[in-house]
Design a protein. Structure first.
Length: 231
């Protein structure tokens, strides 16, 4: 039972092993070990993601510098078109691969949040009196995951998506895709208005495709809630 008299989801006693049930202290130690394992995995994952994003942005910055040097040396002729289109293509490929990794990591991160929410449900089963001191959620459905991400604060999903690392990488890639489309159109002799239109369409189309890819990845979440948020 919780402190307000309501029943804690998942508060059933642990099944006995060989006729002997684990003591609450032993159960808490086992759960804490799993909790710290998830925390360490989550920290390692995002450390790797930040490193890959840093490498990507470094390559992007270096490419802009190379293009500027080519423009100063030979002007905006054939050499500039070849260098700018080639570098933009390479950067877009690198950025797309980085975006896929970030999306996968975000999905893994969500699964780890689910795991930690389940562990908190087990903590409450051992000692329901600690419930008022928890900021994060003990429910493992989408509402519970978002409550943990927001640390109990009221925050819309739109703001969470727009401020995410995944959307940041997608936005940078969209800018590169739009620039690449504009460069190709300009090299083909297109008019100024056509260059602007093609660049905008390529950038917005790429961003829409990345957002839809991320949405489908999270919509196909295979983890079934065991401790859903009470309605």
């Amino acid at each position: 039972m919780s402190t307000d008299g309501s029943r804690v989801v998942g508060a059933e006693p642990a099944p006995a092993v060989d006729g002997v049930a684990a003591a609450p202290a032993v159960r808490a130690q086992i759960l804490a070990t799993e909790h710290w394992s998830l925390l360490a995995t989550r920290g390692t994952t995002w450390s790797e993601i930040m490193s890959r994003i840093t490498i990507y942005l470094t390559v992007l910055s270096a490419s802009l510098l190379v293009v500027a040097l080519v423009a100063q040396t030979s002007g905006f002729g054939t050499a500039f078109d070849v260098a700018s289109i080639g570098l933009a293509s390479a950067v877009l490929l690198l950025g797309t691969l980085t975006g896929v990794r970030v999306t996968n990591a975000s999905q893994d991160d969500s699964a780890m949040i689910v795991g930690m929410n389940r562990l908190r449900a087990a903590y409450l089963a051992i000692d329901p009196s600690v419930e008022p001191y928890l900021v994060t959620s003990s429910y493992d459905d989408r509402y519970g995951v978002m409550a943990t991400y927001a640390l109990g604060q009221r925050r819309g999903q739109l703001g969470h998506v727009l401020g995410s690392t995944n959307f940041f990488v997608a936005a940078v890639n969209a800018i590169v895709a739009g620039t690449l489309g504009a460069l190709v159109t300009n090299a083909a002799g297109g008019a100024t208005w056509l260059v602007a239109v093609v660049g905008s369409v390529c950038g917005l189309g790429y961003l829409a495709a990345q957002v839809e890819y991320g949405r489908r990845m999270f919509a196909n979440d295979s983890l079934e809630p065991r401790f859903p948020t009470p309605r």
